[in-house]
Design a protein around this ligand. Structure first.
Ligand SMILES: Cc1ncc(COP(=O)(O)O)c(C=O)c1O
Ligand SMILES: C[C@@H](O)[C@H](N)C(=O)O
Length: 385
């Protein structure tokens, strides 16, 4: 039986912000966790976290001034799929429209089709960054009684998506239109914390509240940039939460003594939002600025981005930059780094000087290699994010 090597640090891990590991402080907070059974809604820490996220952080109101209520979930895949099933409420034929890069479409195991029996309408963002209302209008399926069609009953947006922020004003336009058309709007906000900290025209706290007021439901995640090992929160109106909680139990997603998980999530909120998450984004942008300019100056290599750097991700387009994926991973490993491909995820445990020096040296070594070797595209292309 193969032995999995012990994972003791994420300082050299740029694969994703999901790889952060619990800190000693996290384990210390567990000792004070409440012990109630959260399936019977008897756990204090779970209830306090649900209330803190829905009432305090998201301002207590969803679209239509509905009271916001939180449902603690084990993952954001679960909270997204529960939201979709709850909104669609089993009346196919219908369809869900989303960005063709959306996690709910690309990375949730065809959950929309399998669990909600819905057609998915993936749409390419015409600006390569976020879906506009025009993109949606050109691709949604109207409910006009045509028995050939699967009318659009839900739109799922994502903020951030590939580290890019969804502009508030565009989300407002889409929200207004959706609700005139009788279409529900869910937001996959696994990294909504990051978008809030990157907002240029309102505080992170105000941003979260303003966003929640535009959507019918939102998922926020504790196990990404916040640094918790597990946990997500699905927030919606009272009837929505009641139905989602029923479906959660049906799917085996009910959690007995969830107090310690909820307490850890709350601890990570206190520790990392908004200050730490803001610092990670600043460090990410600064690293890219320095990397691009020095690699060009020292080696003449013009590194290309697949997406703009707005929060905690740098998406280097390896092929356009003339870098073979396998060579990049090989040199990264030589420098003690864990990489998936050109997507570099920054988090509060890998922005120390040693980590960033190892990452910079990786690119120096790659650029130096290509001063002596021609670029050969590899068999394997980068993961489709
Ligand atoms: C945008 C987005 N949504 C949802 C998820 C799913 O989260 P989880 O891993 O908790 O299921 C992820 C990945 O972690 C993600 O990047
Ligand atoms: C791969 C995906 O599920 C994960 N959310 C990530 O961004 O790493």
């Amino acid at each position: 039986m193969s032995v999995v090597p012990e994972y003791t640090s994420s300082s050299g891990d740029f694969r994703s912000d999901t790889f952060t590991i619990p800190t000693p402080e996290i384990w210390q907070t567990v000792a004070q966790a409440s012990l109630g059974d959260s399936i019977y809604e008897e756990d204090r820490d779970t209830t306090l976290l649900e209330q803190r996220v829905s009432k305090e952080l998201l301002g207590g109101r969803m679209y239509g001034n509905l009271e916001a209520q939180g449902l603690f979930c084990v993952s954001t895949t679960m909270s997204n799929q529960l939201a979709i099933r709850t909104h669609l409420n089993f009346a196919p034929p219908y369809s869900v429209l989303c960005d063709d890069r959306a996690h709910v479409y690309v990375d949730e195991g065809a959950g929309i089709a399998v669990l909600s029996q819905a057609l998915v309408r993936p749409v390419k963002a015409s600006n390569d960054r976020f879906l506009t209302l025009e993109d949606i209008k050109e691709n949604y399926v109207p409910d006009i009684g045509d028995i050939h069609l699967a009318p659009t009953k839900l739109i799922c947006l994502e903020n951030t998506l590939h580290g890019m922020c969804f502009p508030y004003d565009e989300l407002k336009r889409i929200s207004d239109w959706c609700h005139e058309e009788g279409i529900k709007l869910h937001l996959d906000g696994a990294r909504l914390w990051n978008a809030a900290c990157a907002s240029s025209d309102r505080s992170p706290e105000t941003y979260l509240r303003d966003i929640a007021a535009l959507v019918d439901s939102v998922s926020v995640c504790f196990s990404k940039s916040l640094g918790a090992p597990i946990g997500s929160m699905l927030v919606g109106g009272p009837r929505f939460r009641a139905k989602a909680r029923h479906l959660q139990k049906q799917q085996g997603g009910g959690i007995r003594q969830a107090g310690f998980i909820a307490r850890i999530a709350n601890h990570c909120l206190n520790s990392n939002f908004p200050k730490t998450i803001t610092e990670v984004s600043r460090a990410t942008r600064a690293f890219w600025h320095d990397l691009h300019s020095t690699i060009k100056r020292d080696y003449g290599m013009n590194l290309q981005l697949a997406h703009p750097v707005e929060t905690n991700f740098i998406f280097v387009d390896l092929a356009k930059s003339g870098i073979n994926l396998d060579k990049f991973l090989e040199i990264g490993e030589q420098n003690g780094l864990r990489l998936f491909d050109g997507r570099l995820a920054f988090h509060y445990q890998n922005i120390g000087s040693e980590s960033l020096c190892a990452l910079k040296k990786t690119f120096d070594d790659v650029a130096s290699y290509y001063q002596k070797h021609d670029y050969k595209p590899g068999e394997r292309s980068a993961r489709i994010y």
